[in-house]
Design a binder for this molecule. Structure first.
Ligand code: ADP
Ligand code: ZN
Ligand code: ZN
Length: 665
């Protein structure tokens, strides 16, 4: 126990409802409340800065107006306050200070329902229209139907194909909320908050908008937080942690690209901001819109169960046609840095028509493997069970798992020859090959390495948007949030990871990736085409995805999951442990599993070493719990946590708990 040194704030920094949300998260994620609260607060507040007093007025209630101050009894300060409020129906903090009224006096009258706190109406601003401009956009019939359906508290899954105009639905729904003087919170994926996204909100609305994301300084973050808490900001757009923003008049919650993995925090307090949004919506009794072109299977499942309402936007808006898909069978094909002969021809064709081409490859660097031709040695990371990726620009080998960087050796470490060859292709190699095949066209590479410096991404995006024929090469970064009007062909060089992975979610992710990246093609008048290079062109699931679309694909996978007792038909929880000693993590998890009472309805799998056992010098293991009953699962997990905490081994290893894990490998 520690002594209280100082009372920093007169008002609680978290509202009752936010506090309720935090308590719920503590129970659900089995995570200490202290750390949950710490996650919910801006860093400055965690370090003891005062939260500015909210912009509140003390007002008199109807009961208070009719109440005779003489009946207050022997409480002169309360009587004085009531009388003051009967004369002047609202008092702000300064007035109260001048009258020397202290918190307990106010609290007593609030309790008697004679007075109440109210958010002060910001002055003149509200009288002007909330709309700046509709940009000549009239909602289409399908958009209008969607808007009409979102009319009461509840969770709505807005499943609209890429380019169907989901954002317009959000904007119209937000408009309603603003007209009622309420606030809206919009969550976007980590790299989804582009200047383009923000400008769609600022062009539409006159109201103050705050953004909350990892690029803010602590001061900026605190300011945004305060503006939201005081009701000054009427729209808050933010990434994962923005779910904890205090918004006293919250009227609507939107989670854009709800399937995106970045809504799940992957360390410490491992919460899902999407799931917390749904919970917050319930506590606040407001509508929550989850939007995506490729909804998570668990969200679709919740629609099937009737927990969420499904709203579909099956067509592209504004006359743009849907992109078409084609599989390019790679069997027995000679590739040039990952490019098949057909693709090389197609790309030239589009460029000559004056169009842009997007080439997607989800691997940065030059080549994923450096190989010795003499002795077949492969460059590996000492600290991880992983190969080193060759980056040619600055000539180093890099581990994409622990970040270690090494100079490219001159001689093979085994046989001392110099016969290295790079195998496979990453973005840099594809860029190099493309520029040798199409020397007259500009090539823009967008990945984490090419956008390291501030503003470089924006620069690249602006150049691309000028619309000259060009090739865009890049990773996922290219696929999110951007609207490139000139792109008519999207080529995905490798989509096969999902067929090899041991993670049951890999196929779902592959389907989402294909449609998200493919959806960049033909966003405006010119029809778009997507070419997918694959070794699995004859796989029915792939054919179904491109022929029948995401819903059919999702139903097939859901049926498989049901058959195999996998989420969302069962619930999972993962204990992870890691240690610098090879067997410690396994031993620790063995102990946890051995000390738990048998529970027939909960399956325990493991412990097993993780697929990449060694990472950044630590050996990692995991123990998976799975059950059809969420409550039985959580009961056992709770015991597991107690066992883990009590274990003598626990101070020599790091362990963590992941509820509803998204990454199982
Ligand atoms: P999504 O988020 O579903 O991928 P967007 O909201 O980005 O789609 O819309 C795609 C494009 O269509 C945008 O350029 C948008 O301005 C335009 N758009 C959307 N709805 C309409 C509409 N009703 N009329 C005209 N243009 C529209
Ligand atoms: Zn060698
Ligand atoms: Zn490494």
């Amino acid at each position: 126990m520690k002594h209280i040194i100082e009372i920093i704030d007169q008002e609680p920094v978290l509202s009752d409802r936010l506090l309720q949300l935090c308590h719920w998260a503590t129970d659900y994620y089995h995570h200490p409340i202290g750390d949950v609260l710490s996650n919910a607060l801006p860093v400055s507040l965690r370090k003891g800065a005062p939260a500015q007093e909210p912009n509140l007025n003390l007002t008199i209630t109807d009961t208070g107006k009719a109440f005779d101050p003489a009946d207050i009894g022997r409480a002169p300060r309360q009587r004085a306050l009531l009388q003051a409020l009967q004369l002047k129906s609202a008092l702000n903090k300064d007035d109260l200070r001048d009258l020397d009224i202290k918190s307990p006096v106010i609290a007593a009258l609030v309790k008697k329902n004679l007075v109440a706190w109210q958010i002060r109406e910001p002055d003149a601003k509200r009288s002007v229209d909330v709309i700046r401009s509709y940009d000549q956009i009239e909602p289409s019939n399908q958009q209008q139907d969607a808007i009409n359906l979102i009319d009461q508290p509840g969770t709505y899954l807005l499943h609209g194909i890429t380019g169907s105009g989901k954002t317009e639905v959000y904007l119209r729904a937000i408009e309603e909320v603003l007209r009622k003087n309420e606030q809206a919170l919009v969550l976007v994926p980590e790299i989804g908050l582009t200047p383009q996204t923000l400008s769609r909100f600022t062009q539409r609305f006159t109201v103050p908008i705050e953004t909350i994301h990892s690029g803010l300084t602590n001061r900026e973050r605190l300011k945004a937080w305060q503006n939201a808490a005081e009701g000054k900001a009427q729209i808050v757009i933010g990434t994962r942690s923005a779910i904890f923003t205090p918004l006293p008049n919250l009227g609507l919650l939107v989670v854009d690209e709800e399937h995106d993995g970045s809504f799940k925090q992957q360390e410490g307090f491992r919460y899902s901001a999407r799931d917390l949004a749904v919970m917050r919506g319930q506590l606040e009794k407001i509508p929550v819109i989850l939007g995506s072109a490729t909804p998570a299977l668990e969200s679709l499942h919740n629609c099937n169960l009737g927990k969420y309402k499904l709203i579909k936007l099956p067509e592209r808006s504004a006359g743009a046609r849907r992109e078409t898909y084609q599989l390019l069978n790679l069997r027995n094909k000679e590739l040039k840095s990952g490019l098949s002969p057909e693709l090389i021809v197609q790309i030239r064709d589009e460029l000559e028509k004056g169009n842009q081409v997007l080439v997607f490859i989800n691997r940065r660097g030059f080549a994923p493997v450096l190989f010795c031709q003499e002795c077949q040695w492969i460059a590996k990371c000492d600290r991880c069970d992983a190969r080193l990726t060759l980056h040619l620009e600055r000539r180093f080998l890099m581990c994409h798992h622990c970040g270690v960087q090494l100079r490219v050796p001159n001689k093979c470490g085994e046989c001392h020859s110099g016969q290295f060859i790079p195998l496979g292709a990453g973005t840099q190699r594809v860029e190099e090959t493309l520029s040798s095949i199409y020397p007259t066209y500009p090539i823009y590479r967008i990945d984490r390495d090419s956008t390291l410096s501030k503003g470089s991404l924006e620069n690249l995006v602006n150049r691309i948007q000028e619309g000259q024929p060009a090739i865009l090469v890049g990773t996922q970064m290219l696929a999110k949030g951007h609207h490139f009007a000139g792109v008519t062909l999207v080529a995905m060089l490798e989509i096969d990871a999902g067929f090899f992975s041991s993670d049951y979610k890999a196929m779902e992710r592959t389907g989402q990736l294909i449609l998200q990246v493919g959806g960049r093609a033909g966003r405006e008048a010119r029809q778009g085409k997507v070419m997918l290079q694959t070794q699995f062109a004859d796989q029915p699931i792939l054919q179904q995805l491109i022929r029948d679309g995401y819903s059919a694909f999702a139903e097939t996978i859901l049926a498989e999951r049901k058959l195999n007792d996998l989420p969302p038909f069962t619930y999972q929880c993962l204990f992870r442990a890691e240690s610098t000693q090879r067997n410690s993590a396994m031993d620790f998890l063995e102990e946890v599993s051995a000390k738990l009472p048998p529970e027939p309805s909960v399956e325990m799998l493991g412990p097993i070493p993780q697929t990449m056992e060694k990472r950044a010098g630590r050996f990692r293991a995991q123990l998976l719990f799975s059950s059809r009953s969420r409550s039985l699962l959580h009961r056992l997990v709770k015991e597991g946590v107690a066992v883990a905490q009590a274990s003598k081994r626990s101070n020599r290893i790091r362990w963590s708990l992941d509820i509803d894990p998204v990454d199982l490998v």
